[in-house]
Design a binder for this molecule. Sequence first.
Ligand code: DGJ
Length: 372
Amino acid sequence: MKHKFRQNTANEGFSHSSVAGKIKRTRTFLSGLFICSFLFIFFISPKINAGSLFENQNVNNKNDSLKHYRSFKPGEEWYDTDGKIINAHGGGMLYYNKTYYWFGETRGRSASQGVSVYSSKDLYNWKNQGLALAHDADSSSDITTGSIIERPKVIYNKNTKQFVMWFHLELKGKGYSAARAGVAVSNKPTGPYKFLKSFRPNGNMSRDMTVYVDDKGMAYQIYSSRENYDMRIVELTPDYLSPTTKDSLISSDHREAPAIFQHDKKYFLVTSACTGWAPNAANLYVSKSLFGNWQDTGNPMLGKDANITFYAQSAYIFPVAGKKDAFIFMADKWNPKNLTDSRYIWLPVEFKNAKPYIEWKDEWDLNYFHKQ
Ligand code: DGJ
């Protein structure tokens, strides 16, 4: 018994320390588990979730967006062929070698991030060709990071075989007070473009702008001047790199966002009022000559929200290659809280009694031009 007792005692003694050990190990295990769970819940899990959310978004983006577009849906998200949202605002179009090149402002939430270029054969599906013009890290450059590049337009000079980009440039840290035009060149449509210079044409302020090449191959810059009170047109030198002194007033109606096209021997110029990023009513000027007498014919927009240009602002109007009397109106539905997510409004220009109008459509495709 003694022995047994002793044994028991010993056993009890043994099991005591064993239980205590187990309890200790369990406690250590539990507190370890607790700490791990705490760390997991508060520090690791959110990151994993964010990561998987991000991945899911990409997957969703891909699934949602790697579709083949066959129509335009004005104001809806528009994805490129990599499944990324198209970032090309205040844009312009170049048609070269049976390919369309869409140039536009690459924007962060608000920052100017250079000029992007996308290419397409069908106008619906766009391949990102990267940055055509990048901001320069060199702080002495006019286009240094932090400067603002807006409304880029590219024209091709058949004589010099150069692609020439014009844009609105605001110098770093100066708000919108510099009011300059910038010029950059490339031997390829997609760039990279080499920045050449920035200036005020003939000393005039130059903010929102576009460029236009006429039937004879002469090029022009149309630009908002005198704090946007004047809309002006200046003929460019034959190499398209500089303004000449042939520079005249189109109107003094406080307008911006010029978009020009020619049809039936007349020039048509759509502009917006000046209300920052907020939409307003467009107007349409008409003239038989670029330097002629421009007549304001009122708002060419029709349909719901026509009085605020369908929440958008004119950017560019271009002819569709191979189609007669087919023009597309490009506009920006700005989102000033996140400029990246500003949407595109593309609508066909239609004609009634030779007068252009632009009517809202939820969805349309290029066959629309045959139905008119
Ligand atoms: C209106 C212009 O049309 C845009 O390009 C841009 O410059 C904004 N103003 C900035 O407020």
